[in-house]
Design a binder for this molecule. Structure first.
Ligand SMILES: NC(=O)c1ccc[n+]([C@@H]2O[C@H](COP(=O)([O-])OP(=O)(O)OC[C@H]3O[C@@H](n4cnc5c(N)ncnc54)[C@H](OP(=O)(O)O)[C@@H]3O)[C@@H](O)[C@H]2O)c1
Length: 360
């Protein structure tokens, strides 16, 4: 093992407790897994929510949080061909300790085990902090778009015309997941509409949105009117919505958009919402005639190995090399593993159009 071959980890001793640093053994990967020496760890909202609210936090033992890592492969399982991964490869990985309950699979430490299908090689030009912004954002967006919404997988050049009259609204285009979804939907050939604060409109358009609409200044209802007007002008029917952020007013606006697109998607047959948050049914009725699903990103990432391999082994590196997709904007929080608690506190306050990363 290379320099500093100790596995320093940030443990969560219990709900509402502060992270504490502890040395752990460096684990060995199972047959279908790889061990990564993390060089960057990115944070996700679920991390502070687990700490604050106890989501998937057992009462009888400390756990390790975190889902997103990038670093170098240290060792590979016995089933992994060298054509897929070898020691020394620069990779990103989606760590599923929250689902497996195994702390060796969690991100907030120097060494993490991930399933080989949840890892992708990286272009040389992509930094580890940039790479760490990708796993949960793209993994969740892939599940939302191609599992929950059932969109066609992108197969050809992004200029494909066959889906351009199909519209998708990404509510929360400046979120990490929303930014990934805009890019994937554009690659699938759909016309994308997004809401974001005005400071992010240029970026959201550069990622592939045909229109970016402010959800703040005039409120969600006006944003919905603007989106409908923009789609109407070009004959696009919005049959799909990804809700990446919002409150009950946002869900009411999403209902308005879908119910005002009477012939939405595929000649009136399709109206679908994939929401990263549960639809608040007691406060806002679901849109008439629409299928609404609550995206279960991590759960489905384990179930849809076909989609994870499609993203990680067939497409992501090439897209990044060609500039077809971009990582989220990064802000590195200082302090390495010891900086994770400050980063969680910062994320809980809210970030805008950026991903917090530490370098362990
Ligand atoms: N169900 C799942 O499987 C799953 C998976 C991943 C994440 N999530 C959840 O999905 C949400 C997004 O995660 P993330 O990591 O992508 O978030 P993030 O990047 O941390 O989101 C920050 C962004 O939220 C935007 N935002 C806040 N309120 C908004 C509103 N009312 N309308 C539009 N945008 C709004 C802000 O946009 P502006 O800067 O433009 O104001 C800000 O840039 C979180 O709640 C997370 O817990 C769920």
């Amino acid at each position: 093992m290379s320099q500093s071959a100790t596995n320093l980890a940030a443990l969560l001793p219990g709900v509402g407790k502060t992270l504490v640093l502890e040395e752990r053994a460096i684990p060995s990967p199972g047959p279908d897994e790889i061990l990564i020496r993390n060089r960057a760890i990115a944070l996700n909202p679920i991390d502070w929510k687990r700490q604050a609210f106890g989501i998937a936090v057992p009462s009888d033992r400390a756990i390790i949080l975190g889902s997103d890592v990038a670093g170098e492969v240290v060792s590979v399982g016995s089933n992994i061909p060298s054509s897929l991964f070898t020691p020394g490869d620069r990779v990103l990985g989606s760590a599923d300790g929250m689902m497996s309950g195994n702390p060796d699979h969690a991100a907030f430490q120097r060494y993490t085990i991930v399933s080989a299908t949840s890892a992708s090689k990286l272009p040389d030009t992509l930094s580890f902090p940039e790479a760490a912004t990708l796993p949960t954002a793209f993994g969740t967006a892939v599940i939302a778009l191609f599992h929950d919404l059932g969109l066609p997988l992108p197969t050809g050049p992004s200029t494909s015309k066959q889906n351009e009259k199909k519209g998708i609204l990404v509510w929360g285009g400046a979120t990490a997941v929303g930014s990934a979804a805009i890019q994937l939907a554009r690659l699938a050939g759909l016309t994308v509409y997004a809401t974001a604060s005005p400071t992010h409109h240029a970026r959201v358009r550069a990622l592939g949105a045909a229109e970016a609409v402010d959800y703040r200044s005039a409120g969600p209802t006006s944003a919905a009117d603007e989106i409908l007007a923009a789609a109407g002008k070009t004959g696009v029917e919005i049959g799909y919505v990804l809700v990446a952020a919002g409150d009950k007013e946002v869900f009411a606006a999403v209902k308005q958009v879908l119910e005002s697109s009477p012939r939405a998607g595929d000649g009136g047959k399709i109206k679908k919402v994939a929401s990263l948050l549960p639809w608040p049914e007691e406060e806002v009725a679901k849109p008439e005639g629409a299928e609404v699903s609550w995206v279960r990103g991590m759960e489905m990432w384990r179930g849809r190995r076909d989609l994870s391999a499609w993203l990680n082994h067939q497409n992501l590196k090439g897209w990044l090399e060609k500039g077809e997709v971009e990582p989220h904007k990064v802000r590195v929080v200082q302090g390495g593993i010891g900086g994770l608690q400050a980063a969680l506190d910062e994320l809980k306050k809210g970030v805008s159009g950026e991903k917090l990363v530490v370098e362990p």
